[in-house]
Design a protein around this ligand. Structure first.
Ligand code: GTP
Ligand code: MG
Length: 419
């Protein structure tokens, strides 16, 4: 199945916890603290690869998590770093933050690797907290927890030329005669159900042509296969607009040409700014060739008469495409300010008064504080109480109206406020 859009969840690894441990050995009393630091969590990256052409891999696999950092161990042994997770996507995939729609990365070039989520920091082991006043810290720091993020993947094929036109006009036949691609060809509408790519060789050079499903009137409002597939020609530099010159289905090629352009404009007016070559196909069935001049006059574009089925006009078309492409600027990735996920703000917190008259304190600072606190440990409780004063949490609580005897909740901790 052709899938060109997906929503997935990514999460970098948590940092490993620091270790609380004391050196022990035979004949050694009161060994000092020797708990090692936790390892950094693994990062998440995307990599652009050529051997994938759809996002089908992401239809069922939705959650992607890098490895957590290992916990620290005794004897100053630091936890191992978590392994990075590298997610392969087809070249041309645009990665966006699901919440804001902002672009995180445009995976435009093969092999490009973009790290999008940083692993959590490892917690410090108790060896780290030893100082002149505190010879035997019985606490260590927890690893930093990372957040999961929803991202959308959207494949926007990278090709030089896009083939557009009504169904059955011979787009796929055309692709099959100019390249080694072998798309399905048949004399009914919507034979092509997903984009086909073909590489066209010319002189010592080559370019890529994308054949997409045919458009019909009202595609913008979902008629036929709709506009969905125009996404795959957004990044082309040149359009080849194919019409059936013989009007074999009783339609007028000039009217067809106009309608298709209207559909393109409806999807995105920028599509009409792309240069076009018009191909009048099925010449073998034509008796009246005036349509060639009519289209040339109407559009001001080059018009090529051909028969894809009989291989006539093929050389001329390839030359024309090549000529046009060499005049055009090389393809370029989207222009965007890469979106970066916020790290939790370690300096901010909020106080809210809940419906039942309790006070809840939360935010990045509180989460950070929690990493340093082990509740049943005297040292660390003292540290906690000091921080509540020093970091202005106390003040904020009073401002919010807290009185002695009120319940304050912070993470898993609940205590009675004392002025
Ligand atoms: N007589 C004649 N028939 C042609 C020519 N080019 C294509 N055909 C026939 O037209 C029919 C449609 O061709 P396709 O290449 O499948 O058309 P398409 O534009 O890709 O159609 P969709 O994929 O449905 O949008 C097939 O039966 C082809 O054999 C041509 O130059 N002359
Ligand atoms: Mg086709």
């Amino acid at each position: 199945m052709f899938i060109d859009k997906a929503k997935i969840y990514i999460k970098a690894g948590n940092g490993g916890n620091g270790c609380t441990s004391f050196y022990t050995e035979k004949y050694v009393n009161n060994g000092g603290p020797d708990g090692g630091n936790g390892g950094q969590g693994g990062r998440v990256a995307f990599r652009a690869v050529r051997n994938k052409s759809t996002l089908a891999d992401f239809k069922y696999a939705k959650h992607f998590r890098a490895e957590n950092g290992e916990n620290g161990r005794s004897r100053y042994s630091a936890g191992k770093k978590g392994k990075d997770l590298i997610i392969d996507v087809p070249v041309g995939t645009v990665i966006k933050d699901e919440e804001t729609g902002n672009i995180i990365a445009d995976m435009f070039n093969e092999g490009m690797t973009v790290f999008v989520a940083e692993g959590g920091n490892g917690g410090k082991g108790n060896a780290f907290f030893r100082n002149s006043r505190r010879q035997a810290p019985h606490f260590s720091q927890a690893g930093e927890q990372t957040l999961e993020h929803a991202v959308t993947l959207e494949l926007k094929t990278i090709a030089d030329v896009g083939l557009v036109g009504y169904p059955n006009v011979g787009k796929s036949t055309l692709l099959s005669v100019i390249s080694s691609a072998r798309p399905k060809i048949a004399s009914y509408h919507f034979t092509t159900l997903s984009p086909n790519l073909g590489m066209v060789s010319v002189y010592d050079d080559s370019f890529v042509v994308a054949d997409i499903p045919g458009l019909i009137d009202g595609a913008g409002s979902g008629a036929g296969l709709g506009h969905e597939f125009l996404r795959h020609i957004e990044r082309t530099r040149l359009l080849v607009h194919v019409v059936d010159g013989s009007g074999s289905e009783g339609r007028d090629p000039v009217e067809d040409y106009k309608s298709i352009n209207n559909e393109l404009a409806y999807y995105d007016p920028a599509l009409l700014n792309k240069p076009q070559i018009i191909v009048v196909n099925k010449a073998d069935l034509m008796t009246d060739f005036s349509v060639v001049d009519k289209l040339a006059e109407l559009s001001g574009n080059a018009v090529i008469l051909m028969s894809a089925a009989h291989h006539s006009g093929v050389e001329e078309l390839i030359k024309k495409m090549y000529e046009k492409l060499s005049e055009l600027p090389p393809p370029a990735p989207l222009e965007y300010q890469p979106f970066v996920f916020d790290k939790p703000d370690k300096d901010s917190f909020d106080v809210v008064k809940t419906d039942d008259g309790e006070y809840e304190v939360f935010g990045g600072m509180i989460d950070e504080l929690a990493r340093n606190v082990i509740l049943d440990n005297y040292d660390s409780m003292q540290y906690f109480q000091r921080q509540i004063r020093e970091r202005g949490i106390d003040k904020a609580l009073r401002k919010a109206g807290v009185k002695t005897g009120d319940t304050v909740r912070m993470l898993d901790i609940e205590f009675e406020y004392v002025e």
